[in-house]
Design a binder for this molecule. Structure first.
Ligand SMILES: [Zn+2]
Length: 138
């Protein structure tokens, strides 16, 4: 099972797989509830992406509890609520290119492009492959 639930399970995975650049806390819901659910494939992908970019990868959103997802205006069935997505801070065109290239080359088939982040999702029950934008958002 690829889904890790709870901070201890995430921490154990990070130790076991010798993930170099990320701590378990970075995947926890940002509302303060302390909950986390994350697909381990995303953790490994981010660690490899960090090596590829040769610069820090900042997670702006990983797991979101349903309440936090509503607060931030996420779609109700968001991949974030199921632990199947991460948003990575990105405002440079060059970084955006590298992130998307790396993601596509590593099996990511759901990618969203926003003004200041890139969304990478794994939910196979949603349409894929797809590359969307958030132009309607301010
Ligand atoms: Zn929360």
């Amino acid at each position: 099972m690829a889904l890790l639930e709870g901070i201890d399970e995430v921490r154990r995975f990070i130790e076991e797989k010798k993930v170099r650049y990320f701590k378990s806390e970075e995947f926890v819901c940002k509302c303060g509830c302390g909950r986390v659910l994350i697909d381990s494939r995303l953790i490994l992908l981010l660690d490899a992406l960090r090596d590829y970019l040769k610069k820090p990868v900042v997670i702006t959103s990983a797991y979101r509890c349903p309440s936090h997802n509503r607060t931030v205006g996420g779609v109700s069935n968001s991949e974030h609520v199921h632990g199947l997505a991460v948003d990575i801070a990105c405002t440079s065109s060059r970084d955006r290119y590298d992130i998307v290239k790396f993601a596509m080359g590593n099996g990511i088939e759901r990618i969203g492009i926003a003004k200041n982040f890139v969304h990478l999702g794994l939910d196979e029950e949603k349409p894929h492959p797809v590359l969307w934008h958030y132009y309607h958002r301010k």
